[in-house]
Design a protein around this ligand. Structure first.
Ligand code: ATP
Ligand code: MG
Length: 753
């Protein structure tokens, strides 16, 4: 039951690194983890930290912790400290490799001046709106603003005055001069610097112009000689700009960017902005609220660094976005906590029982092992027992359902570590509520466990200690909180925290802050270290015992202790998310297509556009999910040279049988190459399906004449060759023929001939 070995998986990034080392492109592997200090780190960041620091460890290289702090208005020293604490807690040694992008401001500015001098950048004095309007759309090229023609001298003079603080915010920006017609919007003269009269938490008021991410990031990487700059998939479109910046500045190194899929978890929001909203709106007690997916929250919850690292290893690294079931995370926690948590007893909602055959005032002490036999660890504690005990109210039923194995009037149950009792009498209060049970001990008729008597936990009423227990539930009720741009706060689970005045066995009096326990039958718990600092003893539940993940996957889990296949572990068996289910229902999509669309808002946007011209959502979705990515490899939806409605027109033609599927694929490739609209490429390449029987017949006849040997085999009884002949005709027809009609025609000629 231990966590699986954390040996690094063979993922595509490690394959790239191996190849780079082999070819000599890279001598020393240097990665970086570049958080912006504008919030606390969350479990998604842990994936990135494990990847970057893990790679550095594995290859004997190093990983830089770099604060990506070029936005003065959102960043703060508090966050820097929290991030340092969290990375170290995860178990990675940052040593002296702590860097700040803000340390490079002077150097970045020099590089900006040199870009201007060489004509690669200019100062634009247009408003933000004007710049946006001139940028064009995905289907239309941008147009230059009047300032694009500025000479290097004029731009340089303005840039220097910008830096000197002569202009208000927004008066000018520095833009790269790249390509306003680029299919990649990021390349249409991106802004490199803007004026912002704001105090920076490190550089103070030294600067009033600040560089933007796309300028800062590649340059910081190069200045630190990073070999592999690993980021999440949203930055795929930024890569071209990343390379442009590196190429056009004079730098000591040429880092390269690689993208991997970010971690998404069901029932969890994973954006610092949304987490900040929870904190600022006081929906949680702070960044370290144990319900938060922040590392500070998870730490306070009782999640260990080892469990987080095992989880990161288990989910692996992939190139495709997916949502991991939070149940898989909880399953990993249980595996980790099982060996750390001595078993003790605590009653959350006490119901008093009196053993009428026990002499009043008499007390005994049981020696109860801390660990179950299968864990096999030594250690035990003394457990006092006497005439009055507490059991869990929910372990008694006045009207037990069929198969009830706990206490009921006249029924017997085993007390953990003690003996069997039978309920003789039920005492009720004035309102008719059960207030006490009178029981008697009896011989254990089921000592070998062959009958179906249950075992319940209990605590001595006199010696038990009062204790606050907190039960945490998911912060959000919905599987995909805030999906479809809805307000995540609307999905908040109002009952995510329950506080109970519980009674624990006395051994828990000595429980140290930050220690793990299993409260029998209730779950794994952690003595809240933050409450302990205030002198309060609070036991918070890390995770209940019931393992929905293990149950869900039981038949499919490998017997041997080997690794669960990375990524697939989260994916294949994942139930459809709520967002995906809603999409599938709304548009009658296949589950698989809905799943992909739900995870990729850009594709959903294209679907919406397509639906304005084509009603067949199922068909459009299938093209978006299957055909488009296959032909538009590596590039995001933002760099498509056409909009969704154009794809809609193409699918419409297919739907109306104007073109065959093969022709539609060809047309799509041409559209992606920027050859025109759907109508234009179909016309230009003459892809429209032929309805002319004469043309079809000619293709069929020609094929049969050229393949007399195949025809002979068909006539000798080998009907399998029909498929081959069909393929040959279709190729001759260049996708313009309806395969069903060709098949019919072929059959006719072969049988008649
Ligand atoms: P958020 O969207 O939560 O605000 P961010 O990307 O803006 O996150 P950064 O501080 O810029 O936050 O992130 C630092 C690094 O962590 C980046 O390299 C980013 O790609 C990575 N990262 C952020 N979120 C995730 C995630 N969910 N899974 C994996 N890596 C992540
Ligand atoms: Mg970011």
């Amino acid at each position: 039951m231990t966590s699986e070995p954390q040996s690094p998986a063979r993922d595509f990034i490690r394959e790239i690194i191996d190849a780079d080392l082999q070819s000599g492109r890279v001598r020393r592997v240097i990665t970086r983890f570049p958080p912006e200090p504008n919030g606390y780190l969350h479990i998604g960041h842990a994936k990135s930290i494990c990847l970057n620091f893990g790679i550095a460890e594995q290859y004997g290289g190093e990983c830089h912790l770099r604060f990506d702090d070029s936005n003065p208005t959102t960043e703060d020293q508090e966050y820097v400290e929290a991030i340092l604490r969290d990375v170290r807690w995860l178990g990675f040694d940052v040593g002296d490799r702590i860097f700040y992008a803000s340390d490079y401001f002077e150097r970045l500015y020099e590089l900006a001046e040199s870009l201007v001098e060489r004509g690669h950048a200019y100062v634009d004095s247009s408003s933000e709106e004007a710049i946006r309007a001139h940028r064009g759309t995905v289907t239309e090229a941008g147009t230059p603003t009047p300032h694009r023609q500025r000479s290097p001298e004029e731009s340089l003079a303005l840039l220097r005055r910008m830096r000197a603080g002569e202009f208000p915010d927004g008066a000018h920006v520095l833009r790269a001069r790249i390509d306003l017609a680029s299919p990649n919007m990021k390349m249409r003269d991106p802004v490199l610097y803007r004026i912002r009269h704001a105090h920076h938490y490190r550089t103070g008021d030294a600067w009033c112009i600040y560089p933007l991410y796309d300028f800062v990031h590649p340059l910081s990487d190069a200045l630190e000689s990073i070999s592999h700059s690993i980021c999440t998939l949203e930055f795929e479109n930024n890569r071209e700009l990343y390379d442009w910046v590196i190429e056009h500045c004079d730098l000591p190194a040429r880092p390269r960017q690689y993208e991997f899929a970010r971690l998404n978890l069901t029932y969890t929001v994973m954006s610092k902005r949304k987490l900040l909203e929870l904190v600022a709106g006081k929906h949680v007690s702070g960044w370290d609220d144990p319900r938060m997916p922040t590392l500070a929250g998870l730490r306070r919850r009782g999640v260990t660094p080892e469990a987080l690292r095992a989880f990161a290893a288990r989910i692996g690294v992939s190139k495709h976005n997916s949502v991991v079931d939070v149940a898989l995370f909880e399953h990993t926690l249980r595996e980790d906590l099982n060996l750390r948590s001595p078993r003790v007893m605590c009653v959350l909602e006490p119901l008093k029982i009196t053993l009428e055959d026990w002499e009043p005032g008499h007390e005994e002490t049981l020696d109860a092992p801390y660990w179950p036999a299968d864990v096999g660890k030594p250690g035990s504690r003394s457990l006092p027992i006497d005439r009055e005990l507490y059991i869990e109210r929910s372990d008694f039923s006045l009207t037990p359902p069929k198969g009830w194995r706990r206490l009921a009037p006249g029924a017997a149950v085993r007390l953990r570590h003690a003996f069997v009792i039978r309920c003789e009498r039920v005492v009720t209060d004035a309102d008719g509520n059960v207030s006490e049970l009178v029981c008697r001990r009896e011989p254990d008729a089921d000592a070998d466990g062959s009958k179906t008597m249950g075992t319940i936990h209990w605590v001595s009423a006199r010696r038990g200690v009062p204790l606050e227990v907190r039960l945490y539930d998911r912060l959000f009720e919905s599987e995909a909180p805030g999906a479809d741009d809805s307000d995540a706060l609307a999905d908040l689970n109002r009952e995510s925290l329950r506080r109970l005045d519980a009674i624990a066995e006395p051994s828990l009096l000595d429980a140290e802050a930050g220690s793990h326990w299993q409260l029998e039958r209730l779950g794994f718990f952690f003595v809240d270290p933050v409450e302990a600092e205030q002198g309060r003893r609070v036991l918070g539940r890390v995770v209940p015992l019931k393992d929905s993940w293990a149950k869900q996957t039981e038949p499919a889990r490998p017997r041997e202790p080997g690794r669960v296949k990375p990524a697939a572990a989260g994916r294949a068996r994942e139930p459809l998310s709520e967002a995906a289910r809603a999409l599938a229902a709304r548009h009658d999509l296949s589950e698989e297509d809905a799943r992909v669309l739900a995870e990729q808002p850009e594709l959903q946007a294209l679907l919406q556009e397509a639906l304005t011209v084509c009603q067949n959502a199922r068909s459009v979705a299938s093209w978006l999910v299957n055909e488009l990515p296959a032909r538009h490899r590596g590039a995001g939806a933002a760099s498509l040279p056409f909009r969704g409605d154009e794809l809609g027109r193409l699918v419409q033609m297919l739907d109306q049988s104007r073109i065959t599927a093969a022709a539609a694929k060809r047309a799509l490739a041409a559209m992606l190459a920027g050859e025109g609209t759907a109508e234009e490429v179909v016309r230009a390449r003459d892809l429209e399906q032929t309805s002319d029987e004469g043309a079809l017949g000619a293709w069929v006849d020609a094929t049969l004449a050229e393949n007399a040997d195949v025809v002979a085999r068909f006539r000798a009884g080998n009907e399998n060759v029909l498929g081959a002949l069909l393929g040959m005709v279709m190729r001759k027809a260049a996708g313009k023929a309806d395969p069903q009609r060709v098949r019919a025609l072929l059959g006719e000629r072969l049988r008649s001939g």
